[in-house]
Design a binder for this molecule. Structure first.
Ligand SMILES: Nc1ncnc2c1ncn2[C@@H]1O[C@H](COP(=O)(O)OP(=O)(O)OP(=O)(O)O)[C@@H](O)[C@H]1O
Length: 570
């Protein structure tokens, strides 16, 4: 495997706006993609396999956004120079105004609610709590009585229904105060609020837009502070006056300004140890500062270039990428002319060459045919030819063989593998079928409810997997089934991504779940340089669990099987 990283994805979170609610589809995903490797992403439907790749192809739907994390892409140009590109920042610039508006509105709403809760907890004394409990218990009784006594009238009267609803709502809202028992409970509740506040502020800061005049004064204040921090010299009287007047006294409801104010205090005391924190705030500032019309246009251009040219995608349904009314040859030529600046004749010659490369018989003749005149497998070959026309550095294969029958599936896999060897691009191969990736991948990443739960080389995943979810995926391999018996399937369903997931998201479906799985999220345990597992079972204190017996001899079993062949065993 080539050691050069072509993509670094670090702690990425993706959210979607769905009918005024927020769904968190990706929850802190990190991985590296090496040049020329084949990385497979496996997991059930909805685990986030497609969404994570859309973050670097710039194809996130307009209701989605990357709420935190970084994605750096290191493509090399024709001269072999590498120019790192910050894909998160580029995409942030092109987030739809409507989505941006929603993010800010939603953040403001949550910040307000959290601040209110925090204030309530801090201000509510034991006596006050008692008084409230009595009052609301009384009200609750009152409502129950009213409902019971006057069921019909309640149904008919809009006003009484309205009042009772309002009262019930208020009781639920204040319920957590009534439930606030001892000081410890109060402290945990406050910690939770603080955590949630930092989370929303992360989003808020990234999408806040600041007026030109404010931008100027904040920018100048940051420049002054930057100089003082790096030179380790005190602020002059004039500088203090400027910051106090123009910036410090202003209340911008933003985390960045709050952080800057803290750092300003440190500077006033000549404490220069906070330089690192200052630099990270300065980085955040650069992102906010750049959110403007010109940069939006520039980012749009850059994303189109990346999307079309250097990172290409093949989808499950070839018709997603093909125009049914235009000839296949014309469609390939268009790409060649646009992305490789070829003349009409040269494009035609190259298109026929590509059709031949992907195994279309009689390419000169088939050049003029429209997609419906091709079979499913042949159409997928055409899509691969279009992807190749762009000379991609990364090829995303999103379930490219799922809709095809088994023989065609094997042929397409073979084709992708051969082309990868010839053209030396990296592949991210998405599938829910571990059997398919076994023969093609160098590394496998297992995803569950928007997180990576295990990643390793193909050998590590097949012969030494340690996460119960990976075991379940392996056990569902059709090749492991016994004739006449029902195939293994994972019980239950993944959690809703609309609400916050506490602890290990797989716990409710995992028979081996420990108590801690329901409380704390497990960290990613490092097993080897290439193998990582996100499960409390790997903690020193956890009971020793053996993997299912069916998987113990998987090595021998696979060797005997026709269906699966690991990539390194060819
Ligand atoms: N545009 C969108 N709006 C709202 N939710 C979305 C959107 N796109 C994806 N999601 C949600 O994000 C989650 C992850 O979706 P994703 O398509 O990545 O799953 P997947 O693992 O690729 O599954 P599949 O194999 O079914 O494609 C799902 O819960 C999905 O409903």
């Amino acid at each position: 495997m080539n050691e050069r990283k072509i993509l670094i994805v670090d702690d990425v979170e993706v959210k979607f706006r769905v009918r005024n609610k927020v769904l968190k589809a990706i929850r802190g995903v990190s991985f590296d993609l090496y040049d020329q490797e084949i990385l497979a992403i496996v997991g059930e439907s909805g685990s986030g396999k497609s969404v994570i790749t859309k973050t670097f192809t710039g194809m996130l739907e307009s209701n989605g956004w990357i709420s935190s994390g970084s994605i750096t892409y290191f493509p090399s140009d024709d001269e072999g120079n590498i120019k790192p590109t910050d894909l998160v920042n580029t995409q942030r610039q092109i987030t739809e105004p409507q989505t941006k508006k929603f993010i800010l509105k939603n953040c403001k709403k949550i910040i307000k609610q959290l601040e209110k809760r925090k204030k309530l907890i801090l201000e509510t004394s034991v006596e006050k709590r008692k008084e409230l409990t009595e009052k609301y218990n009384l009200k609750a009784d009152e409502i129950a009585l009213k409902k019971m006594k006057n069921e019909n009238a309640f149904k008919e009267s809009w006003f009484s229904r309205f009042t009772i609803n309002k009262l019930e709502k208020r009781i639920t809202q204040n319920k957590f105060i009534l439930d606030l028992g001892d000081e410890d409970f109060k402290k945990t509740e406050l910690n939770k609020i603080e955590y949630e506040l930092t989370e929303v502020l992360k989003d808020y800061t990234q999408f806040t837009s600041i007026s030109f005049i404010k931008k100027f004064s904040i920018g100048k204040a940051i420049k002054i502070m930057g100089n003082r921090f790096s030179q380790q010299t005190s602020l002059t009287e004039k500088e203090i006056k400027f910051i106090n007047k123009k910036f410090k006294l202003k209340k911008y409801n933003s985390k960045l300004i709050m952080d800057l104010n803290e750092l300003y205090k440190e500077l006033l005391e000549n404490n220069f140890e906070q330089y690192e924190s200052f630099k990270s705030v300065e980085d955040d500032w650069k992102k906010i500062k750049n959110l403007n019309f010109i940069n939006r246009k520039r980012a749009n251009k850059e994303i189109t270039k990346i999307r079309g040219k250097t990172i290409a995608t093949i989808f499950q349904d070839p018709m997603t990428s093909l125009n049914p009314l235009l000839s296949v040859g014309f469609q390939i030529c268009e790409v060649l002319k646009k992305h490789r600046n070829l003349s009409k004749n040269a494009a035609k010659k190259e298109a026929i060459n590509l059709l031949e490369k992907v195994g279309i018989p009689n390419p000169e003749k088939r050049f003029k045919d429209i997609p419906s005149m091709y079979s499913g497998g042949m159409r997928q070959r055409v899509v691969i030819a279009i992807a190749l026309a762009c000379r991609p550095k990364i090829l995303i294969c999103d379930e490219p063989t799922t809709a095809l029958d088994v023989t065609i599936q094997a042929q397409i896999l073979e084709l992708i593998r051969n082309l990868q060897k010839e053209y030396n691009f990296a592949i991210v191969f998405i599938t829910h079928d571990l059997g398919v990736v076994a023969s093609i991948a160098t590394r496998i990443m297992v995803m569950y409810s928007g997180q990576v739960v295990e990643k390793g080389t193909v050998d590590e995943i097949f012969y030494n997997s340690m996460h119960p979810y990976t075991w379940a995926l392996l056990l569902s391999l059709p090749q492991l089934g016994t004739k006449g018996e029902e195939l293994y399937s994972i019980e239950g369903t993944p959690p809703s991504l609309f609400s916050k997931i506490l602890g290990d998201s797989f716990a409710p479906r995992n028979k081996l779940a420990l108590k801690i799985d329901y409380i704390h999220e497990p960290p990613l345990f490092k097993i080897s340089e290439t193998h990582f597992v996100k499960s409390w079972l790997l903690d020193k204190r956890a009971p020793k669990i053996e993997k299912p017996k069916e998987l113990v001899n998987l090595h021998n079993f696979i060797k005997k099987q026709e269906g699966i062949k690991l990539n390194n065993e060819q």
